[in-house]
Design a protein around this ligand. Structure first.
Ligand code: 5CA
Ligand code: ZN
Length: 408
C-alpha cells in the first residue's frame, strides 16, 4: 500500500548515543542496540472503519518520536506498519452502513494518511494491508504447521485453523496474566475462548474459512481469510526479519494481540519475535478509553477542519509522556496553541540563548524513554530566558523539527 508523503527531517550536528526505552516484557528500561546500525521496528496500524481519533494520533506520534530519536542516534531505520483492511469490525461496520468494505477501508486509510501528513508523522517504509499480505500469511501458517502447532478446530461445518499458543516458548511473558484474566481479556478483545472444539481456550484463529457473504481468498488451507494476529506476525517477519528491534502499539494490544504475535513469531523462527516490546498509553474522553466501538471520539480531521493548527494538536499530545493514560479536554488544545505561539515568538527574537545546551537537553530527555514532557519543559525554559546569540532561533527551529516533529 502507498504510505504518505514524508516531511523533511533536518539533520542536526551529530551526537551519537542510544535510546533507552521501556520494554513491556522485562518491565524495565532497555538499551536499543540495533545490529549493523540498522534499527528495525513494527507498529500496529489502524483497522480502517472509522477516522483517526486522538488516541490513534497519540500512538503514532509516540512512535514517530521514537523514529526521530533513532535517526538522531545515527541509525538507518526500517519501519513497517500494517493496515487491518479485512477483519470482523470493518466488515460489521460496512454491513451496518451499507458501504462496500473495500470502499470503507480505502476512504478511512486516505483520511488517516491526510491526518498523519498534517501531524508531520514520518511514514513507514513498508505500509502493508492484510489483504496484500495474504500470501505471506498462508506461507507462515504452512511453516507453523511443520512445527505441529497448527490444527483445525473440531467443527464439522467450519473447521477453521488455529494456533496452539502454549506450544510457543515464552507464551505469557509479555502480559503476565493469570489464566482467568487472560481468558476474560481474550473474550473482550476479539478472541473466542468459548468456541467448542478448540484444544485450549486461548488458542488463536489463524485462518477463517469462508462464510456466506464474507470476503475470502483461495489458499492451500481452503478458501478463507486471515485471523488478526497472524497478519502482523507475517508482515513483520516478511519486512523486518526475525528478532527485529521493537514491536510497538498502544497498551490495549499487549494482550492478546502482541502476546499472540510474539508466540507465533517465536514458534516459526525459534528466535524471539522482537527484542523489545513498547506500549503507549490510552487516551480517554469522559472517563472512558477513546474507541471507535464506544463512539466517544475526538477526530483529528474534525479538529483540523475546525481550524486547529496540526502543530498545536501534536504539541498537545507530546505534553503527556507516551506511557501514561490521560484524558483529552478542550483545554489541552488551547494550552498547546498558547505554547506554540510562545515558541514561535521566541525563535523569532533577534537574539536568544545559545541553542547547544537546549539541543543537549532535548536529546537527553528523549533518549530517556521518550520523555517528551521534559523536552517541552526544556524548550519552555529556553523560550523564557534571554540571550545574545543571533543565530540560535534558526538552529532551535531546525532542532524542534528534527527531534519533536514540531515545525514552528
Ligand atoms: N489494526 C489493529 C492493530 S493490528 C488495531 O488495533 N487497530 S486500531 O485502529 O484499533 O488501533 C490502532 C492503534 O491505535 C493501536 O496501536 C491501538 O493500540 C491504538 N489506540 C486505539 N485506541 C487508542 C486510544 N484510545 N488511545 C491510545 N491509543 C489507541
Ligand atoms: Zn497488529
Amino acid at each position: 500500500m502507498k504510505a504518505w508523503t514524508a516531511p523533511d527531517v533536518p539533520t542536526l550536528d551529530g551526537a551519537a548515543g542510544r535510546l533507552r526505552i521501556h520494554d513491556t516484557a522485562l518491565d524495565e528500561l532497555v538499551d536499543i542496540v540495533p545490529d549493523n546500525d540498522e534499527a528495525r521496528f513494527y507498529v500496529c496500524g489502524i483497522t480502517p472503519y472509522d477516522a483517526t481519533h486522538l488516541g490513534h494520533a497519540n500512538t503514532y506520534v509516540a512512535y514517530d518520536l521514537m523514529y526521530r530519536v533513532l535517526l538522531d542516534c545515527g541509525y538507518r531505520v526500517i519501519y513497517t506498519q500494517n493496515v487491518t483492511d479485512v477483519d470482523d469490525p470493518l466488515l460489521e461496520r460496512a454491513e451496518q452502513t451499507g458501504v462496500a468494505w473495500e470502499d470503507l477501508a480505502e476512504d478511512q486509510v486516505n483520511l488517516f494518511r491526510e491526518d498523519m501528513t498534517a501531524l508531520r508523522v514520518l511514514p513507514p517504509q513498508h505500509y502493508i494491508g492484510a489483504v496484500e499480505a495474504i500470501p505471506a500469511v498462508v506461507e507462515l501458517i504452512e511453516s507453523l504447521k511443520l512445527t505441529g502447532a497448527i490444527y483445525q478446530v473440531d467443527d464439522a461445518e467450519y473447521p477453521d485453523w488455529y494456533f496452539e499458543v502454549h506450544r510457543a516458548p515464552g507464551f505469557g511473558r509479555l502480559s503476565k496474566l493469570t489464566d482467568d484474566e487472560a481468558v476474560a481479556l481474550f473474550a473482550e478483545r476479539g478472541g473466542d475462548p468459548d468456541r467448542p472444539g478448540k484444544k485450549d481456550p486461548l488458542d488463536c484463529l489463524v485462518w477463517r474459512l469462508e462464510r456466506p457473504g464474507e470476503p475470502s481468498w483461495e489458499s492451500r488451507l481452503g478458501r478463507g481469510r486471515p485471523g488478526w494476529h497472524i497478519e502482523c506476525t507475517a508482515i513483520a517477519l516478511q519486512y523486518l526479519g526475525a528478532s527485529f528491534d521493537i514491536q510497538g502499539g498502544g497498551s490495549d494490544l499487549i494482550f492478546p494481540h502482541h502476546e499472540m504475535c510474539a508466540a507465533e513469531g517465536a514458534m516459526a523462527t525459534r528466535q524471539p519475535f522482537a527484542k523489545a516490546y513498547v506500549h503507549s498509553g490510552m487516551v480517554g474522553l469522559h472517563g472512558e478509553k477513546m474507541s471507535k466501538s464506544r463512539g466517544n471520539l475526538v477526530l483529528v480531521s474534525r479538529l483540523r477542519a475546525s481550524g486547529a493548527d496540526p502543530m498545536a494538536i501534536r504539541l498537545g499530545l507530546l505534553a503527556h509522556h507516551y506511557r501514561t493514560d490521560w484524558e483529552w479536554t478542550a483545554n489541552a488544545l488551547t494550552e498547546a496553541q498558547q505554547r506554540l505561539t510562545r515558541w514561535r515568538e521566541a525563535v523569532a527574537r533577534p537574539a536568544a540563548p545559545s541553542a547547544e545546551p537546549l539541543i543537549a537537553a532535548l536529546r537527553h530527555a528523549l533518549r530517556n524513554d521518550l520523555d517528551s514532557p521534559a523536552a517541552l519543559a526544556a524548550m519552555d525554559a529556553w523560550a523564557s530566558d534571554s540571550g545574545d546569540d543571533p543565530s540560535a532561533g534558526a538552529t532551535v527551529t531546525e532542532a524542534l523539527d528534527a527531534l519533536l516533529g514540531v515545525r514552528l
